[in-house]
Design a protein around this ligand. Structure first.
Ligand SMILES: NC(=O)c1ccc[n+]([C@@H]2O[C@H](COP(=O)([O-])OP(=O)(O)OC[C@H]3O[C@@H](n4cnc5c(N)ncnc54)[C@H](O)[C@@H]3O)[C@@H](O)[C@H]2O)c1
Length: 250
């Protein structure tokens, strides 16, 4: 059990990668706090973890609300007896021609993906730093390492997550906290179904999504997240790990 006796705060736990991570972390022995804006999917995830024998706390929470985030994180730390790791997974996205991106869409994408990740990191920091060793793993995207057409807001938010990850990794390296992120390409989750290209998208520009058109599964991303917060990754800090079958290598 790679996460025995570890308490882990997980955002976006109601669906896709977040749910897979919650199930895997619990299976690996962690007690988990699941934070999620959608109360019905949160309830489902909590039920699945409990059915599998895991210890889990349900926290309805909007990661864009700084005060609510702090309240949820502090509550989780109190209930579980401290926090050892954080998985920032909540995210959103929408593809559009840059000229058509509304202020609302821009703010929502940056608000959830970047501001939300930051608020949760900031709230969790004092708890994580109480431990001798602790870890954060953020979910960025391959869109946080490359430029992608029709993805201005999403790319900007995910490049921000990569930058935030590296900044914290450097700042807290001497205090036992490691901070890394994963950068998946296409993952089979509800989100990918929402991120449809505009009807008149240029197919040459869309080909940029990958040389190998292969999707990964949420459980595979969860494996990388659990690895990054486990002791097996004790020398890994500040990396943005592409999960893209090597597409970004070329
Ligand atoms: N699916 C992909 O192809 C892909 C690729 C690269 C990166 N990602 C990233 O992976 C992460 C997880 O996405 P997924 O693919 O599992 O999608 P998903 O839609 O299945 O899960 C996202 C979860 O985040 C929750 N969420 C959204 N806004 C929130 C908020 N304000 N507060 C709290 N929770 C909120 C949603 O309710 C949902 O449960 C995201 O950060 C996404 O950008 C996904």
């Amino acid at each position: 059990m790679r996460l025995r006796d570890r308490n882990i705060f997980i955002t976006g736990a109601g669906s896709g990668i977040g749910r897979a991570a919650a199930l895997l972390a619990a299976k690996e022995g962690a007690a988990i706090a699941c934070a999620e804006i959608d109360e019905s999917t949160l309830k489902e995830t909590v039920g699945l973890v409990e059915d599998a024998g895991g210890r889990v706390l349900a926290l309805p929470c909007n990661v864009t609300d700084r005060d609510a985030v702090k309240e949820s994180v502090d509550h989780a730390a109190r209930e579980l007896g401290g926090l050892h790791a954080l998985l920032n997974i909540a995210g959103t996205g929408k593809l559009a021609h840059t000229a058509d991106v509304s202020e609302e869409d821009w703010n929502r994408t940056l608000g959830v993906n970047l501001n939300g990740t930051f608020w949760v990191c900031q709230a969790a920091l004092p708890h994580l730093l109480e431990q001798r060793r602790s870890a954060i793993a953020n979910v960025a995207s391959i869109a946080g390492l490359n430029g992608q057409a029709y993805s201005a807001a999403y790319c900007a938010s995910k490049w921000g997550v990569v930058g935030l990850t590296k900044a914290l990794a450097v700042e807290y390296v001497k205090r036992g906290l490691r901070v890394n992120c994963v950068c998946p390409a296409g993952v089979k989750t509800p989100l990918i179904g929402q991120m449809l290209p505009p009807a008149d998208a240029d197919p040459d520009l869309m080909a940029r999504f990958g040389l190998v058109m292969k999707f990964t599964h949420p459980e595979e991303v969860a494996e990388s997240l659990v690895f990054l917060i486990s002791d097996a990754a004790r020398s890994i800090n500040g990396v943005a790990l592409p999960l893209d079958f090597g597409n970004s290598a070329s």
